[in-house]
Design a protein around this ligand. Sequence first.
Ligand SMILES: Cc1ncc(COP(=O)(O)O)c(C=O)c1O
Length: 394
Amino acid sequence: MIEQLDKEFVLQTYARNYVNFKKGINATLFDENEKDFIDFTSGIGVVSVGHGNKKVSDVIAEQAKNIIHISNLFAIEPQAKLGQKIAELSGMDVATFFSNSGAEANEGAIKLARKYGETKFDNKRYKVITLEHSFHGRTITTVKATGQESMHSENFAPYPDGFSYQSEIADVYNSIDDETVAVMIELVQGEGGVQPFDKKDVQDLAKFLKEKDILLIIDEVQTGAYRTGEFLATNLYDIQPDIITMAKGLGGGVPIGAVVTTHKDLFTFGDHGSTFGGNYLSTAAALEVLNILDEFKDSGKLDETIIYFQEELNKIYEENKDIFVDSVGLGLMRGLRVKDSDTLAAILKEAFNEGVLVLRAGKNTLRMLPPLTISKEEIDEGFKRLTNALSKIK
Ligand SMILES: Cc1ncc(COP(=O)(O)O)c(C=O)c1O
């Protein structure tokens, strides 16, 4: 039924699994037949505080009963408070523009950088350097900012000018010219294969760019909101970027994006906007998500969960070296590199059959992005099911 409806009335842009989830409790999902699945995906890094979170759903329900939306023509209390919370947690002197998604946040970041390039220098600076295995979104501009050539389909050309790609951070230095305005990177490449960069390499790049007055944009759409164990991966890497973008885990499932910047006065009235961005509903939800995660971190529970997940993951890795060639990632953004992409496809299929949801990243990485609040029991059960799946493909 659902499959038929979906195929008839929804544009077919995803190769979907036809399971009909009805309910979720933390990292456990239940389908229409009450079959349960352990969720090691959190909706691709979104449901940071788990499914059916009571505190978040209470805040959403309460907010919905009062005001869901007015418009950005009026001050929005939860939006202002969320901006304040982001500044506090980041430890940086920043202000935020709120959007509805990661791609939109990156669009905003690129606009901000272009304005910097246009207004601060004698010559026009507009070029943005990104990395080859990056992922920055699906709009015409952010897909072009994405360094994977395979995503620059002729079907959607022409794309905006000014983007170029380097395979390594070390190659960025020589690709800068006097029209370069920004370098945009993820600190742990998510879609590209759960690949963290070396801290020292990133710090050296950040220092170099600051000296050259070139902006550093950190795409924290996937790494932000405690995914790597700190509020921002930026905090973990101990750098001070000019612009940080967030989305995914920030709203716990409610669509939201954020352009967080130290250049607080660069955008002026009319430079940027969004009808929905930062409305009462999404910012009230995100504020509650951050309150929960802030407390979870402070209590030591987040670090405990990260350590436990990593230990259990490493057991699987060590026991299955005939399948896995590396264990990668940071915090609760983890991956196991699989020996080839056919084996990965088989694991994904069997894992689903066994009742554990996992993801693919890049060509051959088995990726896990569990809710940050996942329990030890759920971790144990998820890895038990994954082990069963692995035994089926041997
Ligand atoms: C690092 C990164 N940037 C941007 C995006 C795009 O975010 P959205 O799908 O919310 O537009 C993603 C999504 O996977 C991402 O991982």
